[in-house]
Design a protein around this ligand. Structure first.
Ligand code: PEP
Ligand code: MG
Length: 909
């Protein structure tokens, strides 16, 4: 690759097989800019242009417009000159004008979240030149009309702010259509377009107080600033938060020569993928429209045609269109423009080989010449992500470690959700079919507006088409259904990115927003009616459909196997019942890291005995009640041990405050008094006696076991007897008894004494023994500080990062909801510390606790059982801390297994 002599620092040029930047510079040039530079350098025909760096966006946010424009002015002027030289036309020239596009481009793709201006450089004079140059007057005036509309909306702030506001430009157009008794934009005459432009400019003057800018340079500076501003627009902020992208990344601005897909029947535009983004299947696919601009394909206004013949035939089958009609009305690009198709096919091959990943490309055919507008690693569903990684591995394109690094751990979550039960699916009433835009199963109640997506617990957002404004509602809905649009429509692309079930282009649906109805084959469905979507087949089903559990099979199973090959830190699960333990074991858990025994006490048949124990005034009374609880606990433990046979099981002694077990409502207090043959007053007295000002810091954890040692005795007995019972049956059991909420060494020693003496007593009674460990949770900062002295006695540590976070930040776990949203909004916190481990603060305690513990006991077993144990970045931190295992909820086990493998791979790279 040839490099231009003088590399500018704020503006990077590309064009005609030469580029200042390359694909490694994503942080500086944004994903789009870096790829445009790279594509150019490898010989792909890209319209020439330049990228203003993301750093300039940050400069703009800090220093403001004037300073920034001064800093980039010279470089931008030079870069425009470079485009002019390559294209052989001049920006602002009346006879041979160069028109340009101005687009955003952050380091990660944020589809539709920021602003774009096309056709920039037009004014009343230039438009005439364009008409002569292209010999297409209609095209020239239509481009000018589109430009004013877009510039007015994006740069001059005339976009409607809510769904109730009217777009001033649309209003003018609708008005003219009514007057002229026409329906489509394409029916406007050249004179109509000229009239529209006149009225548009008038509307701009009225709304902004200024004339529409006629100087192309003024237009360009305005558009650049507007793109920077869109980084801090509502949609972009929401998208950043949803994905955890920091605000200081900024967006780059890409300025490029315009090429036109709407110059007649020999022009067109489209989007294509090197593999199927929904399923991962290795088939080239995509959609295009003849005589159209890029946004027409994604806007879902016209139903696009398929690129390949195979895709076209598949589509026609779903759309119930016969072969004759297909060939006549909807031919594939392969059939319609075979030479262009061959070139496109060649470029997609080059690009996938170059980037070694599935590419999502945009292209335009201008008067018979193919231009590639952009390429990026395509967004895909969780299933496609896994299949593509495994396929690329099998094809020899990438290595095992790389295949694992290609998987986003959190995206595996999609594969762990229930699917429609195949038996239930046989009996359903399919009311219509659309395109299987994003696979999965969704059942919910119909809503027609994005801002009403949480009106019911489970909703299906049902729209004619979606737009970027609908993002939040799409995220909240269980599934998305659109009447228009193809596989690359906004709805389809965004849903796939979110891993949300989506059916698009279901042409049989007649959606009436005003009356909130959806009509299919004459039958009317209303808001609130239940429907189900099968995103894998495109079937729209009436009513609810039962679901069944997913399995770790096929490519998913292969990825997991590969993960275990590289992971050194184990993954256990937090499970309180034999059922959860089995689910987790099927998901590959290598033991249990936390069984919260209190959950067993809450079950209806046990709460009575528990209450009797709490209400008892004497040790004897308490022991009697505990006697009743013993067999129940023992059988629970037996079930869990059996499900986890051969693997370690950590059981934690009782933790929650006792007042959680007593009734607080009068009616239930009365019931309890009657059942226990005591007075209502006695119950009330006990309830108020147990009331605490700060239960999270109150009588819980080992404080319970130390004040009521008989509870620890009973629980130890249940654990050890269960273990011995299974041993008798030949089942291998590895119990680990865990003491919660230890803050001082003596708290632990006191509990350890009770546990060991109870166990010894049982060994004598049964004339048999079993190996077991006694360890502690490190969840109080003081325990982390004194970890060395505790480690002398404890067999293992398990970091309870839920409480450790609570106590380190001083944020109550139960009350953080009151201020967290505001903290996140203001950027005081960037993430919820109860979800993502605070490595900077809480992490120091984890590190210190581990190091201090291992300093006195080098082989001390250390794990984590707080919620963070299933969160990928926290898992990586645990790996770097040297933990033996992480423990998380059953459905996060595959995610943690993968994150553990990735951490190990990154650690050795
Ligand atoms: C913890 O505090 O991290 C923990 C696992 O215990 P719990 O959430 O039950 O308090
Ligand atoms: Mg805890």
């Amino acid at each position: 690759m040839e490099v231009l002599e003088e590399i500018p620092s704020r503006v990077y040029r590309f064009g005609d097989k030469v580029a200042d930047g390359n694909s490694k510079m994503k942080n500086l040039l944004g994903g789009k800019g870096a790829n445009l530079a790279e594509m150019c350098a490898i010989g792909i025909p890209v319209p020439p242009g330049f990228t203003i760096t993301t750093e300039v966006c940050t400069e703009y946010n800090e220093l403001g417009k004037e300073t920034v424009l001064k800093r980039i002015k010279k470089d931008v002027e030079k870069a425009v000159e470079n485009i002019e030289n390559i294209m052989g036309s001049t920006f602002g020239d009346i006879e041979n004008p160069l028109l340009i596009s101005v687009r955003s481009g952050a380091r990660v793709s944020m589809p539709g979240m920021m602003d774009t201006v096309l056709n920039l450089g037009l004014n009343d004079e230039v438009v005439k030149g364009l008409a002569i140059k292209t010999n297409n007057e209609r095209f020239a005036w239509d481009s000018y009309r589109r430009f004013i509309q877009m510039y007015g909306g994006v740069v001059l702030g005339m976009k409607p702010k809510s769904k109730d506001d009217i777009d001033p430009f649309e209003e003018i157009m609708e008005h003219l259509k009514e007057k002229r008794k026409i329906q489509l934009d394409t029916q406007f005459t050249i004179q109509d377009l000229k009239d529209l432009i006149y009225d548009f400019k008038d509307a701009v003057k009225k709304r902004t107080g200024h004339d529409f800018p006629t100087d192309p340079w003024q237009q360009l500076w305005g558009a650049i600033i507007a793109v920077f501003n869109s980084w801090n627009g509502g949609r972009a902020i929401y998208y950043r938060k949803m994905n955890g992208y920091p605000a200081n990344w900024g967006t780059a601005v890409n300025v490029q020569a315009m090429v036109y897909g709407n110059m007649g029947e020999n022009s067109g535009t489209g989007v294509c993928f090197t593999r199927d983004a929904g399923t991962g299947e290795n088939v080239f696919n995509g959609e295009y429209l003849i005589n159209a601009q890029g946004e027409d394909v994604v806007a879902g206004v016209r139903t696009p045609q398929q690129i390949t013949k195979l895709g076209s035939k598949r589509w026609a089958k779903l759309a119930k269109i016969d072969e004759i009609e297909r060939i006549e009305k909807y031919p594939s690009l392969e059939e319609l423009m075979p030479i262009i198709y061959t070139q496109l096919h060649e470029y997609q091959g080059i690009l996938e080989k170059h980037y070694l990943d599935m590419q999502d490309m945009e292209f335009t055919i201008q008067d018979g010449k193919l231009w590639i507008l952009q390429t990026r690693n395509g967004k895909r569903t969780g299933a496609a992500m896994v299949k593509i990684a495994i396929d690329l591995l099998k094809e020899g394109s990438i290595e095992e470690k790389e295949a694992l690094l290609r998987i986003e751990p959190n995206k595996l979550d999609e594969l762990l959700h229930p699917v429609f039960d195949p038996v239930a699916l046989k009996r359903v009433n399919i009311i219509a079919q659309g395109l299987p835009a994003s696979p999965g199963a969704a059942t919910g109640q119909i809503v027609f507006f994005a801002d009403e997506a949480s009106k019911f617990r489970n909703t299906i957002l049902t729209r004619i088409e979606t737009s970027p404004e609908d993002l939040e509602g799409m995220n909240l809905a269980k599934g998305i259904l659109t009447a228009r649009g193809g596989m690359t429509s906004h709805a389809a692309v965004v849903a796939r990115g979110m891993g949300k079930c989506c059916i698009s282009g279901a042409g049989a649906l007649i959606i009436d927003y005003k009356n909130r109805t959806m009509t299919v084959d004459g039958k009317e469905y209303h808001e609130g009616d239940w429907i189900s979507l099968n995103g894998s087949t495109g079937n729209i089903i009436e009513g609810k459909v039962a679901t069944s559990e997913p399995e770790l099979s096929g490519e998913f199973g292969e990825i997991m196997k590969l993960a275990d090959k590289y992971a050194t830190m184990k993954v256990r699960t937090n499970a309180d019942s034999p059922k959860d333990a089995k689910v987790a074991r099927n998901f590959g858990a290598k033991g249990i890291g936390l069984t919260r025994t209190e959950h067993m006490f809450f079950e209806v048949d046990r709460i009575k005995a528990m209450r009797e124990m709490i209400l008892a005034d004497t040790v004897k009374g308490r022991r009697n009640a505990l006697e009743d609880l013993l067999p129940m606990q023992r059988s629970d433990f037996e079930g869990i041990f059996e499900a986890m046979q051969g693997l370690p099981v950590t059981i934690r002694l009782l933790d929650p405050p006792l007042h959680e077990f007593v009734p607080h409502q009068l009616a239930t207090q009365k019931e309890l008094a009657e059942e226990m043959h005591i007075s209502l007053q006695a119950v009330k007295n006990k309830v108020s006696e147990l009331q605490e000002f700060n239960p999270m810091l109150g009588h819980r954890g080992c404080r319970l076991g130390n004040t009521y040692p008989e509870i620890t005795e009973m629980q130890t007995r249940a654990i050890i007897e269960a273990a011995l019972n299974l041993k008798e049956k030949g089942i291998e059991v590895k119990p680990e008894i865990m003491v919660p909420l230890v803050g001082t060494l003596n708290e632990f020693l006191e509990q350890e004494k009770i546990i060991r003496s109870t166990a010894n007593k049982i060994f004598e009674e049964r004339e048999d023994t079993i190996d077991y460990l006694v360890g502690t949770m490190i969840e109080i900062p003081r325990a982390a500080l004194l970890a060395d002295s505790i480690a002398k006695h404890a067999d293992f540590f398990s970091f309870g990062t839920n409480d450790l976070t609570q106590l380190t930040f001083g944020y109550s776990r139960d009350d953080i909801g009151k201020f967290l949203p505001i903290y996140l909004e203001k950027g005081i916190l960037t993430v919820d510390p109860f979800e993502v481990l605070d490595q900077e603060g809480v992490g120091q305690l984890v590190k210190m606790g581990t190091e201090k513990g291992r300093a006195v006991k080098p082989d001390l077993k250390v794990g984590i059982c707080g919620e963070h144990g299933g969160e990928p970045s926290s898992v990586e931190f645990c790996y770097t801390t040297g933990m033996n295992y992480v423990s998380c909820s059953p459905f996060r086990v595959p995610i943690a297994r993968l994150a553990s493998a990735q951490a190990a791979i990154k650690g050795t790279l």
